[in-house]
Write a protein that binds this ligand. Structure first.
Ligand SMILES: [Zn+2]
Length: 110
């Protein structure tokens, strides 16, 4: 099993910071009740929605809620602190999220 995320041993602790690629319209919330609410997305191969737990940090846009794992998968947020270097230009210029590993990145002059 490879359940552990990539951790740089030199760093000691994983970087848990997250960055919203297009923050407009998104809210970060913490679920504060045990009322049943579900993540709006599912992981590939899964047939159930994730139950959001009390105390869980999640993202919301309109009436849709996403757990952080799904938000990461969907490209709403990223762990890449250098995301802004690849997504040149202001947010909204391109509707497509920057895909990690894509070779289509344009090189800005300068
Ligand atoms: Zn989810």
């Amino acid at each position: 099993m490879s359940g552990a995320d990539h951790i740089d041993p030199a760093a000691g602790e994983p970087d848990v910071r997250l960055y919203a690629l297009h923050p407009d319209g998104w809210d970060v919330r913490i679920k504060s009740t045990w009322e049943k609410e579900y993540c709006h997305a599912r992981l590939p191969g899964e047939e159930h929605f994730h139950l959001l737990l009390c105390g869980e940090i999640f993202l919301a846009q309109g009436g849709e809620k996403f757990c952080l794992q799904c938000a990461l998968r969907r490209g709403v947020i990223t762990r890449n602190r250098l995301y802004w270097q690849r997504g040149t230009g202001p947010a909204g210029e391109s509707s497509a999220a920057v895909q990690p590993g894509s070779d289509e990145a344009q090189s800005p002059a300068g």
